[in-house]
Design a protein around this ligand. Structure first.
Ligand code: HEC
Length: 92
């Protein structure tokens, strides 16, 4: 009969732990990427043309974009982070 040594068990356990750690890390990255990796331009393209044509960044001044951002945040149901990114993009 083959003897299973403590060392063998420890090695297997360690590999399993490593695999779990890798999976959790990879998973964690993809989840946060979905939320955080969206650029202002992307959010703007996805959200601002549902109701009207997307006004281009140079249509309004920086101050006007701040106000429009607040106004359209409530219309487009954006969170603070999304609004901030879109306004940053539009101010360029
Ligand atoms: C749910 C519909 C809706 C969404 C989504 C939406 N808007 Fe609007 N938008 C409107 C309406 C309605 C108006 C007309 C003015 C008002 O709000 O009374 C308007 C007007 C505007 C104007 C015109 C201001 C002017 O004086 O000419 C701008 C600029 C604008 N939106 C930008 C945006 C941007 C940027 C986004 C994305 C963050 C966005 N909108 C998303 C409905 C929407």
């Amino acid at each position: 009969m083959k003897k299973i040594s403590i060392r063998h068990i420890a090695t297997v356990a360690l590999s399993i732990l490593c695999m779990i750690a890798v999976l959790v890390t990879v998973n964690g990255c993809t989840v946060s990427q979905k939320v955080a990796m969206k650029s202002g331009a992307q959010l703007w393209a996805e959200n601002c043309q549902r109701c009207h044509n997307t006004p281009s960044p140079n249509t309004f001044s920086h101050d006007q974009w701040e106000t429009i951002g607040m106004h359209m945040q409530t219309r487009a149901l954006l969170n603070e982070e999304e609004k901030r990114k879109i306004v940053e993009f539009l101010k360029q």
